[in-house]
Design a protein around this ligand. Structure first.
Ligand code: NMX
Ligand code: MLT
Length: 438
């Protein structure tokens, strides 16, 4: 059985050839126009970066190497005793474009578990941070500091060849992913349950099985399965989203993967991006506090209007690319619908009822181009139901997941020899001059 690294090594030459052909035969082919609205509108819609593992269709949603979420749920191996696809099997697909066997996925779990222990100085660093520091800030600090042991950085200092970049990047990326559960769980324990003993990493468990254990929810099989699905689903959302794009940009300077991913986490920590999942819970709880548990559709409508009229966004709705309900939202809703105990939860019912009225309200409001829910509209409510109620922590879980896609592209960018990212900017005066002269 081939390992992930060996499989990757096999697929790299064909991709290198594909890029070479694009460069030599199609470098001048035109794939779109740049309009002023792109430049002043956050580059929305501009096709201008290479990203291998997934492509987002506005109506169909995300495809990982062509596979939809339901396809992945069918073919990607689960953990022993589980049903949901694992983070490892998703990583394998993202990195290689191939579906791993159960054996390959298990071997990768073992490798990650064997590399998952945090260096003592990282534990001390995290333990020294104030409990009041946002968990996402702590996660970014921890990830950046892990670069103390960066293989890429030390090989670069010694003068490695460009052809060796990807191998050292790969080593760092695997170590980073392996250490994320212990780092993220330590932050949770310190902030919310200080003083309780954190268990050791279990060499026989998958990444998420270990993460759930370290968080202190080891016996909770339902939460573990939900987290497996959650972490596989959030793994990649093509390259233009703010966190993936940040990792790509920073990585293009040849900063090592720890620094690149730390920067990505701070993009994820913004309320228009990953922090929206904590904001959804906060928004819902404020509504429940005001209106009680059995909220009606009309009351939700009124609350939505109140939010919009006060100039705030409705968290969990809208998207920079999607123009339909996010298939990740649908997959998580289906997880709920298959479990009666979840459907009985007032928090989960509120998500469902909000979905039944919010698109019409947002259409009538007339601003957002996409009045439908994104994944954040539902991702937190199941965590809440299963006892992980501290919603300021939710984006950290997203941060553990998004590493799958970000590290995949870091490896590919170095294997393909992609250059420093450096777009041309213009001032408004320069833009006006250009418009006049065109
Ligand atoms: N509630 C109220 N107004 C909205 C919403 C919303 N959910 N979504 C977009 N708008 C507004 C937006 O603020 C903008 O207003 P203005 O012209 O005054 O600046 C207008 O509608 C047009 O925006 P769009 O072009 O539809 O959206 P854009 O691509 O700029 O932004 C988001 C995408 C996701 C940032 C935006 O929809 C939003 O703020 N949503 C709420 C926050 C959220 O759920 N973010 C999570 C995204 C997913 N993730 O996990 O990262
Ligand atoms: C993501 O998962 O990154 C979000 O849906 C945001 C995006 O794709 O722009």
């Amino acid at each position: 059985t081939k390992t992930l690294r060996e499989t990757l090594q096999d697929v790299i030459p064909a991709k290198q050839e594909q890029l070479k052909k694009l460069k030599t035969e199609h470098a001048q082919a035109v794939v779109g126009d740049i309009k002023v609205e792109n430049i002043i509108g956050g580059m929305r819609g501009l096709k201008s970066m290479l990203w291998e593992a997934s492509v987002l269709d506005p109506n169909e949603g995300i495809r990982f190497h062509g596979l939809t979420i339901p396809d992945c749920q069918k073919v990607l191996p689960p953990a022993p005793g589980g049903k949901e696809m694992t983070a490892e099997s998703m990583l394998w697909l993202l990195m290689t474009g191939q579906v791993p066997t159960a054996e390959q996925s298990r071997q990768l779990s073992q490798e990650l578990a064997s590399k998952g222990q945090l260096p003592a100085f990282i534990e001390q660093l995290i333990d020294s941070l104030p409990q009041t520091l946002h968990p996402m800030t702590q996660l970014g600090i921890g990830v950046a500091a892990l670069n103390h042991d960066s293989s890429f950085q030390s090989a670069y200092e010694k003068g490695m060849k460009k052809s060796e970049y990807w191998t050292h990047t790969y080593e760092d990326c695997i170590n980073l992913l392996a250490r994320l559960p212990a780092l993220a769980a330590r932050i949770y324990r310190n902030v919310y349950h200080p003083g309780k003993e954190i268990p050791a990493i279990d060499k026989d468990l998958d990444l998420v099985g270990n993460y759930t254990n370290l968080l202190g929810f080891g016996g909770n099989k339902n939460l573990t399965e939900y987290l497996r699905l959650y972490i596989a689903l959030h793994g990649d959302h093509e390259g233009g989203n703010a966190s993936a794009h940040t990792s790509h940009l920073v990585g293009s300077t040849l900063a090592d993967p720890y620094l690149a991913y730390s920067a990505a986490l701070y993009a994820l920590a913004g309320p228009l991006h990953g922090l929206a999942n904590q904001e959804v819970l906060r928004w819902q709880q404020a509504m429940q506090k005001e209106l009680g548990d059995n909220v009606t559709h009309d009351q939700i409508k009124e609350y939505l209007w109140k939010t919009l009229k006060s100039g705030q966004v409705v968290p969990g709705y809208g998207h920079g690319v999607l123009r339909q309900a996010d298939p990740r939202f649908i997959a998580l809703q289906e997880f709920c619908e298959s479990r009666p105990e979840l459907m009985a939860s007032s928090t989960i019912q509120l998500v469902k009822k909000t979905y039944e009225v919010a698109p019409d309200v947002l259409k009538e409001h007339g601003k957002t181009k996409n009045p439908y829910p994104n994944v954040d509209a539902t991702s937190g409510c199941v965590l809440y139901h299963y006892g992980l109620t501290e919603y300021k922590y939710y984006t950290v879980i997203f941060g553990v997941s998004r590493a799958l896609g970000a590290i995949t592209q870091l490896v590919w960018s170095r294997a393909l020899g992609l250059p420093l990212e450096r777009p041309k900017s213009l001032s408004m005066d320069a833009l006006e001059k250009l418009i006049k002269s065109s």
